[in-house]
Design a protein around this ligand. Structure first.
Ligand code: COM
Length: 518
C-alpha cells in the first residue's frame, strides 16, 4: 500500500494496522524521485522514530524501516504501555484490598480481577497508539518510512526492503532486544510467558504464578499478578531490588517496599536457583534449590520469565560485522558509532539500561552526529523508577553510597527514622491520602540525601505515587555542574500538597548553619 499521497485519519490508520498485521504487504511512505538518504534507520522503535525525526528537523533526509505495520516498537506494543496499564491496575486493586470494608471499599473476598480480561483490553486498544505514531511521523514530522516489511542491510550504504533498494550515507541500527529464553528442563512447556508473550498469547486465567528472576519486570509483573488475585511466588537469586543495576536503590526504601510486597501476600524466595519446570504438557510446578541447597517445589499453572532481556545483535553482526560485547550488545561509543564506519547503533541493541530515555536520546545522538554535530551522550547516571504496588523513584546516591563518598552526610526523611510508620500518617502526600488516614504505615517514604559540607543534595528517593514527573527535573537540577543545595531547594515554591515533600522539608532545615538530620 502506497500511503505517501493519501491523507489518512487516525481511525483509518487503526484499521490499516489491524488489517496489515500478520500479512507481508508493505506500507510505503516514500517521497518520489529516489535519491540518497542521510540515514536509514533500521527499526522504527523509540530510537528510530526519535532519531529520524531529529535528523529531519536538522534538515536531513531519513527513512525508517520496520517489520511491524506501525512505528513505536515494543514500547506501545508489548512493554512500557501494558506495564503501566497493569501497574496502575495493581495499585488500584491493592488499595481496595488494603482498605477493604472501610468507607465505600468492598469486602476483601469480593476483590479479584481477571488478568486475561485486562490483557484483552490492552490488545483491543493498543492500535490507537500505533495509529497515532504512523500519522504523526508522516503528517507532522515528514519522515519517510516502509512498514510491515523486514529490512536487509547489504552494506553501510545500501538497504533492501520489500523488493526495493535504497541508498544512504549512513545506517542506524535500532533493532531492539528480546526476552532471554529460559535454559532448563521444561522450558518448552505451555504456560510459560514473558512480558511480550503475555500480551500476545495468554488464553486462560492464571490462578497460581511462579516468577523466575528478580529484574524490574519480575517485580512489576509479580505485583500485578498478586494484586489481581493470582497467588504469586518470586524466585530470585539476589535479594529483591539488590541487583547490580539497582545499586542506587536506598536500603531503607528497599526494606519498606519489599516488606509491603510481602504484606500483600507475595511469596519472595531470595537465594533461589530454579532447576526445572515440570508438567504434563502444561506447567504444574517449578523445582528450585533454596539458599541452603535444598530442592523445593512450587506448584503453579503459570510461569513468568523475568530473567531479563538480550539485545538482537545477531543480524547486526551478520549484515555488517559490527563488534558485539560479551553481554551480546552491539558496541557503540558515546556518539553511537559502531566498529564499522557509517554504521550507528542505538537503543536496546547497545545494551543496558534498556530504558525509554536512553533509546530516544541515542537516536537523537546518532542523528546529530550524522548531521555534523559531534554530540556525546553519557547515560551512566540517570533517574529511575519501578512499580511495586507503589511507584518507587530515585536519582543520585543512596544513603549508604553517599556515606562512602562524603564524610558528613545529612538525611531528610519522612517518616523520620526514629518514628514507627504505624504511629504517623506522614508523608500524607498526594496519592496516598487515603492510606494516611486509614492505614498510616502505608503512607509512603521519602528521603533526601545531602552532602553536609557543600550542602548539595546528592540523592532523592521516593515511595508513593506521582513523583516521576518531579524526578525528571530534580535529576537535571542535581546534575548541573553547580548542583542544587538544600538552601536553594528551600527557596523553591511548592504546590502543596504534592507527591514529594522535598521543598518544604528542605525549608525547615535550610536556615541552619550546621545541618542536622530531619
Ligand atoms: C513510545 C514510542 S510508546 S515512541 O518513543 O514515541 O516512538
Amino acid at each position: 500500500m502506497d500511503v505517501r499521497e493519501q491523507s489518512i485519519s487516525l481511525p483509518e490508520w487503526t484499521q490499516i494496522i489491524d488489517e496489515y498485521y500478520g500479512t507481508d504487504e508493505p506500507i510505503v511512505n516514500v517521497h518520489a524521485g529516489g535519491g540518497v538518504y542521510d540515514a536509514i534507520f533500521v527499526g522504527g522503535g523509540a530510537a528510530g522514530r526519535f532519531g529520524s525525526s531529529y535528523l529531519r528537523a536538522m534538515g536531513g533526509r531519513a527513512l525508517v524501516i520496520d517489520a511491524w505495520p506501525f512505528l513505536g516498537g515494543t514500547c506501545p506494543h508489548q512493554a512500557c504501555v501494558p506495564h503501566h496499564l497493569f501497574s496502575e491496575s495493581a495499585a488500584l486493586l491493592e488499595r481496595e484490598r488494603r482498605l477493604a470494608g472501610q468507607l465505600w471499599f468492598r469486602q476483601e473476598g469480593e476483590i479479584k480481577a481477571s488478568i486475561l480480561d485486562l490483557v484483552e483490553v490492552f490488545r483491543k486498544g493498543r492500535n490507537t497508539a500505533h495509529a497515532f505514531m504512523n500519522w504523526q511521523t508522516k503528517d507532522q514530522l515528514n519522515v519517510e518510512y516502509v512498514l510491515n516489511a523486514p529490512a536487509t542491510v547489504v552494506d553501510p550504504y545500501t538497504v533492501e526492503v520489500a523488493g526495493m533498494t535504497f541508498r544512504t550515507r549512513n545506517v542506524v541500527l535500532g533493532i531492539g532486544a528480546r526476552q532471554r529464553p529460559l535454559q532448563m528442563p521444561g522450558a518448552d512447556l505451555r504456560g510459560i510467558y514473558d512480558f511480550a508473550s503475555l500480551v500476545e498469547d495468554l488464553d486462560y486465567e492464571p490462578s497460581r504464578c511462579v516468577i523466575l528472576g528478580g529484574s524490574k519486570v519480575a517485580v512489576e509483573y509479580g505485583t500485578f499478578f498478586q494484586a489481581a488475585g493470582c497467588q504469586t511466588t518470586i524466585l530470585t537469586r539476589s535479594p529483591l531490588l539488590r541487583t547490580r543495576s539497582l545499586h542506587h536503590v536506598d536500603e531503607d526504601i528497599r526494606r519498606y517496599v519489599v516488606g509491603n510486597m510481602r504484606g500483600s501476600g507475595i511469596e519472595i524466595v531470595e537465594g533461589a536457583s530454579p532447576m526445572s519446570i515440570e508438567g504434563n504438557g502444561r506447567v504444574q510446578k517449578v523445582i528450585a534449590k533454596d539458599a541452603n541447597g535444598r530442592a523445593r517445589e512450587y506448584e503453579c499453572d503459570f510461569v513468568f520469565n523475568g530473567t531479563g532481556e538480550m539485545p538482537n545483535s545477531e543480524l547486526a553482526r551478520k549484515w555488517l560485522g559490527v563488534k558485539v560485547g560479551a553481554s551480546g550488545a552491539v558496541l557503540a561509543d558515546t556518539r553511537m558509532r559502531t566498529s564499522v564506519d557509517n554504521v550507528y547503533a542505538v537503543g536496546d541493541l547497545i545494551g543496558a539500561p534498556m530504558e525509554m530515555f536512553k533509546a530516544r536520546k541515542c537516536g537523537m545522538t546518532a542523528a546529530r552526529n550524522i548531521m555534523g554535530d559531534p554530540y556525546e551522550f553519557d547515560f551512566s547516571e540517570y533517574p529511575d523508577f519501578l512499580h511495586t504496588t507503589y511507584e518507587m523513584t530515585w536519582v543520585g546516591l543512596s544513603e549508604d553510597e553517599a556515606r562512602q563518598a562524603y564524610p558528613n552526610v545529612t538525611v531528610i526523611q519522612m517518616p523520620p527514622k526514629s518514628v514507627n510508620p504505624a504511629d504517623l500518617p506522614l508523608p500524607c502526600a498526594e496519592g496516598t491520602m487515603l492510606y494516611a488516614f486509614l492505614k498510616p504505615e502505608l503512607s509512603g517514604l521519602q528521603k533526601c540525601v545531602i552532602d553536609g559540607d557543600t550542602r548539595k543534595v546528592v540523592g532523592f528517593h521516593h515511595v508513593g505515587y506521582g513523583a516521576k514527573d518531579a524526578f525528571q527535573y530534580l535529576d537535571y537540577l542535581m546534575r548541573r555542574p553547580e548542583g542544587i543545595t538544600i538552601d536553594e531547594m528551600g527557596q523553591m515554591n511548592e504546590l502543596f500538597l504534592n507527591p514529594e515533600h522535598f521543598i518544604q522539608l528542605s525549608r525547615l532545615r535550610a536556615g541552619n548553619e550546621r545541618l542536622a538530620d530531619l
